[in-house]
Design a protein around this ligand. Structure first.
Ligand code: AGP
Length: 615
């Protein structure tokens, strides 16, 4: 998720663009850059690190004056956060500049074509191929909008593109597919941006762009077509958000925005994972397949929510690869003198990539000769840098301290790692792997469906705001989901919440159950391991007989639970291993709403930090 700004008008393009990037910095802060057509050419500047680095660069070396330009603040997906990988990217002649948000799935093939035609690509990014393709297309099309349409017809994946050309100093061209881009309509000036936060200081008149559309901006207006060149309809609207709300996409908190972002985050994490041959590929694997075939044990290390993802990874890895898999709290791992050697694969899961407990665990594992694979959401952070291989989740920046979209994308990444190990070790055939990937590709739609039915969950949460405690129980992959639901409630509502394996209730915790105690039960599918389903229905009966107020999360069509559910929350029927991807969402919404009802600040809960960089 990156921040993009385009401008054409009477003001200094550099000033307007940089100010707009400041409003979009929450969308990405690995690097930033600007480009301005000037004096018959293109002037540009870009720097790794936060926007302030670019501002220092521009203070020392301002771009030539210009009234047209574009800018970008990056959240790295392909290629680490370096000056070379920063946007904008230019063609070899320096005549066209482009910025991009999204993932171009077929960039590897396009890159090979371009180098075969003599282009020199200076970065590791997928974006740079667009700059070179635009330069080629422009030489025949003769105008930037048509060049953009031709290039967009060749791209696969999700992308927002904005470009300028030295030969058209009064024009900015944008395009979008499955990634946001909005037009700001000013008085004698026009804006393009990832979201309205970038330009509502100048205008609140906006135009929403549709799927597969190209927009050509000039000072006096915008022309919108499809990728096929035919005129396209658009929707004009008035922005009534304030700047702060605009950064949150109109949501009251970043957490609510990030919960709503989950379908896209899951879809983006799946993009580009299947190569041309139909085989799975990870982002950066420096562990040779033969070494992965020699692995005889997997150990997952992580903290907090990432640890709960690791618990679910254990079920997936053991089921798919038949390798023994342990999941360990990173803070405990190295102090228990774990048994590790060159045939151990350690999987380190971390959203921030800077969690010291997890970093110290992987350092210990490497000292013992184990190979380390990172699952991380922050490109270029310490944990992937110190690992032998990495699979990046593409959740985009997660601003709220309570992890939501990062968790769901960690689960997706864990499934992909399990499938990749199965592929390399030959325990799964290609068609079996593609079947699971196909099931995963339907999850964004399923999560969207869950998000659309959450009003009863919000109402329930508000009625429980004055309670002292809530219990969560689950079985199999539902057990880590119960732990995650309890953690969300602890860290947001500051109330006692505890998760248990449902089978453990009779070994002690059931003594906690008294009249009216809310107990959330995550029910496994009756279609899969139905023995688990029958046992958890018995558990619900046991706690209800002792006065519990049961909040039952069960899949569509599961009628066995109805008589025992004081509150029934329906989730879509998905394969057993994938249920956490849909069952977790109601728990996130529940915790956020209950905390809000208590008057808590959900984005920055007390005593917590987004990244715990101390042991
Ligand atoms: C969960 O909502 C918290 N934000 C916390 O438990 C977090 O998951 C944990 O600190 C691990 O962080 P990481 O994924 O950045 O390593």
């Amino acid at each position: 998720m990156c921040g993009i700004v385009g401008y054409v008008g009477g003001q200094s393009a550099q000033d307007v663009v940089v100010a707009g990037l400041r409003r979009l910095e929450y969308r990405g802060y690995d690097s930033a850059g600007v480009a301005v057509p000037a004096d018959g050419g293109l002037a540009s500047a870009k720097k790794a690190g936060k926007l302030v680095n670019l501002e220092k660069e521009l203070k020392d070396r301002p771009l030539p004056a210009g009234n047209t330009g574009l800018g970008h603040t990056r959240w790295a997906t392909h290629g680490g956060p370096t000056d070379a990988n920063a946007h904008p990217h230019l063609d070899n002649a320096g005549r066209v500049a482009v910025v991009h948000n999204g993932i171009i799935e077929n960039f590897a093939v396009l890159r090979e074509e371009l180098t075969g035609r003599g282009h020199h690509l200076a970065s590791e990014t997928d974006t740079e191929v667009v700059a070179h393709l635009l330069a080629e297309a422009y030489s025949s099309a003769g105008e930037l909008a048509e060049a953009m349409r031709q290039v967009c017809r060749r791209l696969e994946g999700a992308f927002t593109l904005v470009a300028v050309h030295a030969d058209e100093p009064g024009t900015v061209v944008g395009a979008r597919r499955n990634s946001p881009l909005v037009v700001g309509v000013g008085d004698g000036e026009m804006f393009l941006a990832s979201d309205v936060a970038a330009f509502i200081a100048h205008t609140r008149s906006a135009i929403e762009l549709g799927q597969d559309q190209v927009v050509e901006l000039r000072r006096d207006g915008a022309t919108v077509t499809g990728f096929d060149g035919h005129p396209a309809g658009t929707r004009a609207y008035h922005v009534d958000w304030d700047a702060s709300a605009a950064e949150k996409g109109g949501y009251a908190s970043f957490m609510l925005k990030e919960i709503a972002d989950q379908p896209k985050a899951v879809a983006d994490t799946l993009l580009g994972r299947i190569g041309a041959s139909g085989a799975l590929r990870l982002d950066e694997v420096r562990i040779p397949p033969h070494e992965l075939r020699d692995v005889d044990k997997v150990v997952v290390v992580a903290c907090g929510t990432a640890f709960h993802a690791g618990m679910i990874a254990k079920y997936a890895i053991e089921h798919i690869t038949r390798l023994p898999c342990e999941t360990e709290l990173a803070s405990e791992f190295r102090y228990r003198d774990p048994i590790l050697d060159g045939r151990t694969l350690v999987v380190a899961i971390s959203q921030s990539g800077e969690t010291m407990d997890t970093l110290m665990a992987l350092r210990h594992a490497r000292e013992q000769g184990a190979r380390v694979l990172a699952i991380c959401n922050t490109n270029g952070s310490t944990i992937p840098r110190e690992s032998d291989a990495v699979l990046y989740t593409h959740a985009g920046p997660e601003v709220a301290v309570a992890s939501t979209k990062a968790f769901l994308t960690q689960l997706v990444a864990c499934y992909l790692v399990a499938l990749y190990l199965g592929q390399v070790r030959g325990t799964k055939w290609g068609d079996e792997i593609r079947t699971v990937v196909h099931q995963l590709s339907d999850i964004p739609r399923q999560v969207e469906a869950v998000l659309g039915t959450m009003e009863p969950v919000r109402e329930l949460a508000r009625t429980l705001a004055d309670r002292d405690t809530v219990l969560f129980v689950g079985r199999h992959v539902g057990y880590p989901v119960a732990l995650e639901g309890a953690l969300k409630l602890k860290e947001l509502a500051y109330m006692h919440a505890e998760g248990f394996a449902a089978g453990e209730l009779k070994h002690g915790p059931i003594a906690l159950v008294d009249e009216g105690l809310p107990v959330v039960v995550i029910v496994p599918s009756p279609r899969g391991r139905s023995v688990l389903h029958d046992k958890i229905v018995s558990n619900i009966q046991e706690i209800r007989a002792r006065g519990a107020r049961t909040v039952v999360i069960a899949e569509e069509g599961d009628e066995a639970v109805v008589p025992y559910a004081d509150h029934l929350v329906r989730i879509p029927a998905v394969p057993t291993l994938l249920q956490p991807l849909v069952a977790t969402v109601p728990l996130q919404v529940f915790a956020c709403e209950l905390a809000t009802a208590r008057g808590n600040e959900v984005d920055q809960p007390r005593n917590l930090a987004k990244s715990v960089t101390v042991e």
